[in-house]
Every structure is written in structure tokens, then in C-alpha cells.
Design a protein. Structure first.
Length: 108
């Protein structure tokens, strides 16, 4: 998958979640093309299995935290405590979903 398409699919996912008040319920019924993607996300599909000397996952993901902000090097990038996705995952509100969407758009 190309970078541009990965961003397009991720933005589509998060716009839906924002419109749905922070919930991803019904996402795959509306956007079936996300169903086959890792974590139903274009960026995860493209970058989750990238690694380097320090990181086992997400090494090349454009929205991952800087390594100094990681709390668990062996964990997926967006599951770090400081990542907006982690905040949304633990508290799925519209405001938290907006922060994820904003991050994705800012790195596009």
C-alpha cells in the first residue's frame, strides 16, 4: 500500500469515529475496505510490522511517538500511554477521536 492511500484510509476511519461521537460501532459496515486492514487502519496496515534496532513494531509509522516518549519499547506505537490513540482507546470520546484525527492530518 502506498503512503497516500494509507493516510486516506486512516483519515476516513477517524472521520467516521468523530462523526459517531467517538465510537467505532458500525465502522466496518460502512467502510468494508477497512475490514481486511491491520487494526482496520491504513497506517497500521502499512507500518505496524516495520522495525529497527530499538523498536519491534511501527518503527516507520509517521504518527508514532518519538522513542524517548515510549513507555514500553516492545509495544505497538499507538499503545504508548502518551499517544492520542491510547487515550481514545481507554476513553472513546469524540474529543479523543478528534485528537487522533488531528495527529493523522498533521503528518500527512
Amino acid at each position: 500500500m502506498k503512503r497516500k492511500k494509507a493516510f486516506k484510509l486512516s483519515i476516513k476511519k477517524w472521520k467516521y469515529i468523530v462523526r459517531n461521537d467517538g465510537s467505532d460501532d458500525g465502522l466496518l459496515a460502512v467502510y468494508r475496505e477497512l475490514k481486511s486492514l491491520e487494526a482496520n487502519c491504513g497506517l497500521c496496515e502499512k507500518y505496524i510490522w516495520t522495525s529497527n534496532k530499538k523498536l519491534e513494531f511501527c518503527a516507520k509509522c509517521p504518527i508514532r511517538l518519538r522513542v524517548v516518549d515510549y513507555d514500553r519499547l516492545s509495544s505497538i506505537g499507538c499503545y504508548q500511554n502518551k499517544h492520542p490513540f491510547r487515550r481514545w482507546r481507554t476513553n472513546p470520546t469524540k474529543e479523543n477521536a478528534k485528537k487522533v484525527l488531528k495527529l493523522i492530518k498533521s503528518e500527512r
